[in-house]
Design a protein around this ligand. Structure first.
Ligand code: NAD
Length: 280
């Protein structure tokens, strides 16, 4: 039976460490969140970020706009936040309505305030092996692996999902830690053949129970990023009940990668504060 990786417990430990760090700073770092429209999942995610800021005593500001907001108005609000000295981190909650291009919008955030790590400057630095602000979910996955003392060097890591948010940045992080990394996606011809070779298997797709026990090598480390609502319950992309009998360790949903993502966002706000003060 696999070890269940306690993402929430590890995130709690990170909050303790961050709280101590915040106590040593001259001012309170601040996060501004932009929410466009009223997607219920986004509202929950934004609330979790507000709660995390409160827990650490960080300033928090929410800017809500209607679904119909046009590009120029949204960007002028982002530019005002770029100039606001009390705001050290800015995030635009995804998904955005169809008429707004996420790449265009995120590119207008000051890269030193881009605490989601999705500005092309920050992604470029990651690709160059000089990470500055790292996207929160992949950052949280690496932190989980490190704190669980899981060897990465020389291992076969297989990522299912190639999004800019998760799969692509995680590819670079695992590669920089000397894993041999394979990225699978919706057009991969033999998904089971690929996942079965994985010592470390990460699934970030958004399809409930896509990964079944026959796709997992015995003893593999399985990291489930997926968040899917099925019959009013949250489930991941991995068939947890089956796969836990095969894997060496596995993250649950909820309580695995999710809490780590928010904790790493808080870490990024503090890093952004220090970058703006010229401390790092
Ligand atoms: P996305 O929709 O941008 O990307 C999904 C990826 O899955 C694509 O690269 C696609 O090629 C691939 N894919 C789709 N169907 C597939 C299939 N049948 N086989 C193999 N690959 C397939 O999604 P995303 O933003 O990366 O999010 C993925 C999932 O992770 C979602 O459930 C999302 O809610 C969740 N998520 C969780 C957290 C967290 O903190 N836990 C953070 C971000 C995303």
């Amino acid at each position: 039976m696999a070890k269940i990786i306690d993402g929430k417990g590890i995130a709690d430990k990170i909050y303790e460490e961050l709280k101590e760090e915040v106590g040593t700073l001259k001012d309170k770092p601040g996060l501004a969140v932009i929410l466009v429209g009223d997607d219920p999942a986004s509202i929950v995610y934004v609330r979790n970020k507000e709660r995390a800021c409160k827990r650490l005593g960080l300033n928090y500001k929410l800017l809500r706009f209607p679904q119909s907001i046009d590009r120029d108005e949204l960007i002028s609000n982002i530019r005002a936040l770029n100039k606001d000295e009390r705001v050290n981190g800015i995030i635009v909650q995804m998904p955005l309505p169809k008429h707004l291009d996420p790449f265009d919008i995120v590119s207008n955030i000051d890269p030193l305030k881009d605490v989601d790590g999705l500005h092309p400057d920050n992604l470029g630095m990651l690709l160059s092996g000089k990470p500055r602000i790292i996207p929160c979910t992949p950052f949280g996955i690496i932190e989980l692996l490190k704190r669980e003392n899981i060897d990465i060097k020389g291992k076969n890591a297989v990522i299912v999902g190639r999004s800019n948010l998760v799969g692509k940045p995680l590819f670079h992080l695992l590669l920089s830690l000397d894993a041999t990394v394979t990225v699978c996606h919706s057009k991969t011809s033999d998904l089971k053949g690929e996942t079965h070779r994985a010592d470390i298997l990460v699934c970030a797709v958004g399809v409930p129970r896509l990964i079944t026990a026959d796709m997992v090598k015995e003893g593999a480390i399985v990291i489930d990023v997926g968040i899917n609502r099925v019959d009013d319950k949250l489930v991941g992309d991995v068939d947890f009940e089956e796969v836990k009998n095969i894997a060496g360790a596995i993250t649950p949903v909820p309580g695995g990668v999710g809490p780590m993502t928010v904790a790493m966002l808080m870490k990024n706000v503090i890093t952004a504060y220090r970058l703006q003060k010229g401390e790092v």
